[in-house]
Design a protein around this ligand. Structure first.
Ligand SMILES: [Cu+2]
Length: 555
């Protein structure tokens, strides 16, 4: 039993470069690691078989204002020689859902149990004496944790990803006080070391965070069974060239693989006549989803109650939410959707939960239509689901209330761009950039100065353009933004939603660049440095990220 495994630093994720990586991967950063699992007494990252019934992740709940836990970060390989990663509690819970109330504190002691790389492997100094947080030097097995979507502090030991480094054998303590006005909804956690994020997330090291209390803003979910669904992506076994029916990445649903070529769906059991509350996270590193529930060929109405952790329609001053009915939900990597689904009635012959084909652009990934799960009727569904409690009080003041009419203090234009690292060699890796218009594009580096400096209290309108032939997925850490316009055209009131993820369509090669316009809310947040980036993590790892600094109030 002397198994070995590889961890690879990836340089880019376009189709062109994936082939390049497959050929040259070892040359650009794969190392052989020594076995770890034997000491853990077996496979530390167990995963279910294809065609399994979808089981919920284990749950952990806060008590007396705090949720205290420990995570070990493990790695192993699966039967297709994929590198897996996982967060496991000392009692053996893999990727548990962390349930907390607004105002609670999340305390996690994270220990990196992934073995150190061999001597001579690449390292990078990512901090100095003034900004060090954990270790000062990253390796190809370093770790940190991002608490995606949470409106928490970017200070060290909080949601800080620029300089936080936990190396092999080290333990780091996170302490995240959640604001008392944190919107109730679905968030998630995942590793975020620059250059390693895609591999870690595709390895499966992620889980859901639920901020409790959504029933007080969306009473329609009170009393409904709650089903948490985490969709992840991973390498296709054998790494066939993507195109046609061959996806760039396989998907998993609560770790049940939907694996090319069979693509056997997982199984969801629902009780006839019952509605369920589905809370879905796209925890893919790279795959864009467009979710639909289909009964006998007919897309079903999905009553959306929350997007990216913010109840729909909740910020208009009343504190009351609003149901938004859709028949498909576009879900960028890292985005979340929470909605009510009615079980298939007795006459339905074929019921399924699918993702539709995505047009990612000529340079984009291949994200074809796939059936994630077959929905079966059962009078005693497996597993029994927890139930959302009854409403317990009126909605409180909402965190982002009044942003739509707040005075705007600055306007900025940013853009996504890509350039071959060797313009004379079409097979060379692509460099990915996000740049403030007028500045010189630079690849992300932890030691870069901030690309944007603003002040606590600011309200800024940003237009983000896409000057490339593939989609990009804008993500802002620490705060949410209000989606105002698409290609300069104001979005409808029904679409005006607070998000932390937004897809920017690809450029056709002529005409104006596609764009989105969003309103950034720096009124309530803590000061500090944090990042914005494309959440196709292959792009982020290849440079498409930058730092914003929020200073104390200027007035
Ligand atoms: Cu991107």
């Amino acid at each position: 039993m002397n198994r070995t495994r590889m961890i690879c630093t990836r340089m880019s994720r376009t189709t062109r470069n994936r082939i390049h990586d497959a050929v040259l991967g070892i040359a650009v950063g794969c190392v052989i690691l020594t076995p770890l699992c034997a000491s853990a007494g077996g496979n530390p990252c167990p995963r279910p078989a294809a065609g399994s019934i979808v089981l919920p992740p284990p749950d952990l709940f806060s008590h007396n204002g705090a949720l205290n836990l420990a995570f070990n970060y493990f790695t192993t390989t699966d039967s297709a020689d994929r590198t897996l990663f996982c967060f496991v509690t000392p009692s053996g819970l893999e990727s548990p859902t962390l349930h907390i109330k607004p105002g609670d504190t999340l305390n996690i002691a994270v220990t990196n149990q992934v073995p150190a790389p061999p001597a001579g492997s690449p390292t990078e100094v990512i901090s100095n004496a003034s900004d060090r947080c954990g270790d000062s030097t990253s390796t190809i097995t370093s770790l940190n944790v991002h608490y995606h979507g949470t409106n928490t502090s970017p200070a060290c030991h909080g949601d800080q990803v620029i300089h936080t480094i936990i190396n092999s054998g080290e333990t780091f303590n996170y302490t995240l006080p959640f604001p008392a006005n944190e919107p109730p909804g679905l968030y998630w956690y995942h590793p975020h070391v620059h250059g390693l994020a895609e591999a870690a997330v595709q390895g499966g090291a992620s889980g859901a965070i639920v901020v409790q209390g959504i029933e007080n803003i969306q009473p329609a979910v009170a009393g409904l069974p709650e089903r948490i669904l985490v969709i992840r992506d991973q390498n296709v076994a054998g790494t066939p060239t993507p195109g046609g029916a061959v996806p760039s990445w396989d998907l998993t649903l609560n770790y049940v693989p939907i694996a090319y070529p069979a693509e056997t769906p997982a199984i969801i059991q629902m009780k006839p006549g019952r509605k369920e509350f589905w809370r879905v996270a796209n925890a893919s590193a790279d795959t864009v989803l467009d979710l639909q529930v289909v009964y006998d060929g007919v897309p079903q109405p999905l009553e959306v109650v929350g997007l990216d952790g913010v109840p729909t329609g909740s910020q208009d001053g009343t504190g009351r939410g609003r149901l938004v009915t859709k028949t498909d939900i576009l879900l960028a990597p890292a985005a979340r959707a929470e909605f009510i689904v009615a079980a298939p009635s007795a006459g339905v012959k074929n019921a399924s939960f699918i993702t539709l084909n995505i047009d990612t652009g000529p340079d984009g990934d291949n994200d074809p239509q796939r059936t994630l799960a077959t929905i079966e009727r059962s009078n005693a569904p497996v597993p029994p689901l927890p139930v959302i409690p009854a409403t317990s009080g009126p909605p409180g003041f909402q965190r982002f209330a009044g942003l739509a009419t707040a005075p705007v203090t600055a306007h900025r234009t940013l853009y996504f761009s890509e350039v071959l690292s060797d313009p004379t060699n079409p097979a060379s890796p692509t460099n990915f950039f996000i740049t403030v218009d007028g500045a010189t594009p630079v690849l992300f580096d932890s030691n870069n100065p901030p690309a944007i400096i603003t002040h606590q209290g600011a309200v800024e309108d940003w237009t983000i353009e896409n000057r490339t032939a593939e989609v990009h997925e804008f993500h802002q850490h620490q705060i949410h933004f209000l989606w105002l316009a698409q290609n300069g055209v104001p979005v409808s009131p029904a679409q005006q939603q607070f998000l932390d993820m937004l897809q920017v369509p690809y450029w056709s090669g002529s005409g104006p660049y596609p764009s989105v316009t969003v309103r950034m809310d720096f009124r309530g947040m803590d000061i500090g440095d944090f990042v914005y980036h494309c959440h196709i993590l292959g792009h982020e790892d290849a440079g498409m990220m930058a730092i914003i600094r929020v200073l104390p109030p200027a007035f």
